[in-house]
Design a protein around this ligand. Structure first.
Ligand code: GLN
Length: 308
């Protein structure tokens, strides 16, 4: 028997396929030529069911959806205290690439904007036998439930053109927020953004957060509980950048968007949602992704006020 959720997702997908508007990200040359019509929706429950529709095999770069997972790793490694010393937990109300650093200390406003995310990556230590980036990739893979990989093409493209992020990294180094080599931190941040995922991968990563850090299928504890609580809190207030207020009003779920066209939302204790559609709005979030989450939140009563 087909689940009513599958029928619902198929209708939603067909309906929103008609939605035009937005432009795929032009800031990273290797991403600029993506097919703007690709569109997928996936929903993963904490008991491990995945419902999916559309271009669910398509792989795209995770981009800023890497940020909550890198931040979670830094929190697990160091504990909240030392991380908080370097990265605040306040919404900046600014765009993702804004130079949002405290005037006197240089502390980034939060770990969801680029400055805070680069700082978070810089805090993650190497382990015996594993580089920092290998640890990041392992963490992302545990959250997805399969081995993920980097697009070298997208990585190199951003590394050659990401001058603003490079400037941010050096600024963070000048304030002592980054205490190590800013170039290495930046490379690892770019690599983290270039990890390739499918929409069901993202739904599983979101469901792992919904499931208190334990992967719904493998049962592996991929992120500690304290880190999950903190990550979801910061996603709630800062995950959608300068659109966070409107997002919480209409969708009411912790979320994170990426300029690759991916978007995740989390209903703690219940499910993870993911949408992929490359054309972006003015905030750098997927136009169809935002529309799909608004519709699902309304139709399924997912807004945290109603879901309570
Ligand atoms: N790699 C991108 C950047 O740092 C990520 C931005 C995003 O997805 N919002 O500019």
């Amino acid at each position: 028997m087909r689940s009513p959720i599958e029928g619902y997702l198929r209708e939603l997908h067909a309906d929103l396929s008609r939605l035009r508007g937005g432009v795929p990200y032009q800031g990273i040359p290797a991403m600029a030529g993506v097919n703007p019509d690709e569109f997928a929706i996936a929903l993963a429950t904490v008991d491990g069911h995945v419902y999916q529709v559309g271009d669910t095999q398509s792989e795209f770069s995770i981009q800023s959806i890497s940020k909550p997972f890198s931040y979670g790793l830094a929190l697990d490694d160091l504990g909240a205290g030392p991380v908080d010393e370097k990265i605040d937990v306040e919404p900046s109300g600014d765009a993702f690439n804004e130079i949002s650093l405290a005037r006197d200390t240089g502390r980034p406003a939060n770990a969801m904007i680029n400055a805070g995310a680069i700082a978070a990556v810089s805090l993650i230590p190497e382990a015996p036998g594993a580089t920092r980036f290998e640890r990041i990739l392992e963490r992302f893979s545990l959250c997805a439930g399969r081995q993920l990989a980097v697009s070298e093409e997208i990585y190199h493209s951003e590394a050659q053109t990401g001058h603003r992020n490079r400037a941010l990294a050096y600024l963070l180094r000048s304030f002592g927020i980054i205490e190590t080599d800013p170039t290495r931190a930046l490379e690892d941040y770019f690599r983290a953004c270039s990890v390739m995922v499918t929409t069901p991968d993202l739904a599983m990563m979101a469901a792992t957060l919904a499931n208190a850090g334990s992967h719904p299928v493998t049962g592996v504890q991929a992120m500690g509980l304290d880190a999950v609580q903190r990550v979801l809190s910061v996603m709630t207030t800062c995950g959608m950048y300068d659109d966070a207020g409107a997002w919480m009003s209409t969708v009411g779920l912790p979320a994170k968007s990426g300029v690759g066209g991916g978007l995740i939302a989390v209903l703690p204790g219940q499910l993870g949602l993911a949408v992929y559609s490359p054309p972006l709005d003015a905030h750098g979030s997927s136009v169809r992704g935002v529309a799909a989450c608004e519709r699902m939140s309304r139709d399924m009563g997912l807004h945290f006020v109603r879901a309570a």
